[in-house]
Design a protein around this ligand. Sequence first.
Ligand code: ADP
Length: 261
Amino acid sequence: LEVKGKALFDEEGRAYRFSGIAQDVTEAYRLQQRKDEFISVASHELKTPITSLSASMQILQKLVKNDPSSEKIPTFVNKANNNLSKLINLLDDLLNVTKIQQGQLALNITRFDIVALIRDCCDYINFNSEHEFVLMGEDEVMIFADYRRIYQVMINLIGNAVKYSPQSNRVEITVYHDEENVTVSVRDFGIGINPEKLPHLFDRYYRVDAFGHQFSGLGLGLYITAEIVQRHNGKIAVDSNLGSGSNFWFSLPMDDRMVEH
Ligand code: ADP
C-alpha cells in the first residue's frame, strides 16, 4: 500500500490529522519487478548467441586463413547462421512488443488455407527438432487473416510445445471449424503448467519461475501471440496439467467481415 498525503502536527510535534490517499501499488510494483527481471533475462538471452557467434567467426577467420579447404568450415558457418537467426528472432519479438504498445501492429488480410500454413510451420520446426508432429482434423480450411502473423502464432505455440516437452516427442495439432470459427489446438505431453500460473501466462514479460528457468526465452511469445489472435477478433486459451502436458488453443472468425482490416 502506498500512502501519499500530508500530516498536521500539534505544538509538541504529534501528528493529529492526516489527509491524503492510500493506493494499492502491488500491481504496479509487480510489473516494475517483472521489467527489472526482464532486462536481466534479455541481456543474458542476447549475450548467449552473440558470444557463440563471435566464437564461430573467430574460428572461421583462422580456418579461412590457414586451412581454406577444411571440412569444418560448413559446420561453423551453420552454427553462426543459427545464432544469427536466434538474434533476429529475439529482436523481432522486442520490436513487435513496441509495435503492439504503440497500437501499430497492422494486419494485412488475405485468403489462405490455414492447414497448409500449419504444415509449413511443422516442416520448418521439424528441421531442427526430433519431435513428431501429428496433424489431425480438417485437410483444408480457407480463412481471411494475416498470413505472416498467423504463421508467427503457430511458430510460437509449436515452438513452446517442443521447448517445454523435453521428456516427450509428440505434439498433436488439431484443426476443426464450424460455420463461424476455425479452431486450432496445439497439445504437448511435456512439463505442464501450475494451475495458479495460468492466469498470467499471456502477460508481457511473464515466465513461470523466471529465475532458475532452465529454458531460454524472453517471456514475450505468448503475449505477442494473444495480441495477434485478439486483433483478428479471435480467442485464445490454455488447459494444462503439471507434469503431463499443456493444450493451447485459439479460434479465429471465418467471415472476413469479423476481421479488422
Ligand atoms: P518464453 O520466451 O519464456 O517461452 P512465452 O511467452 O512463450 O515465453 O511463454 C511464457 C511462459 O509460459 C514460459 O516461460 C513458460 O514458463 C510457460 N509456457 C509456455 N508454453 C508452455 C508449454 N507448452 N508448456 C509449459 N509451459 C509453457
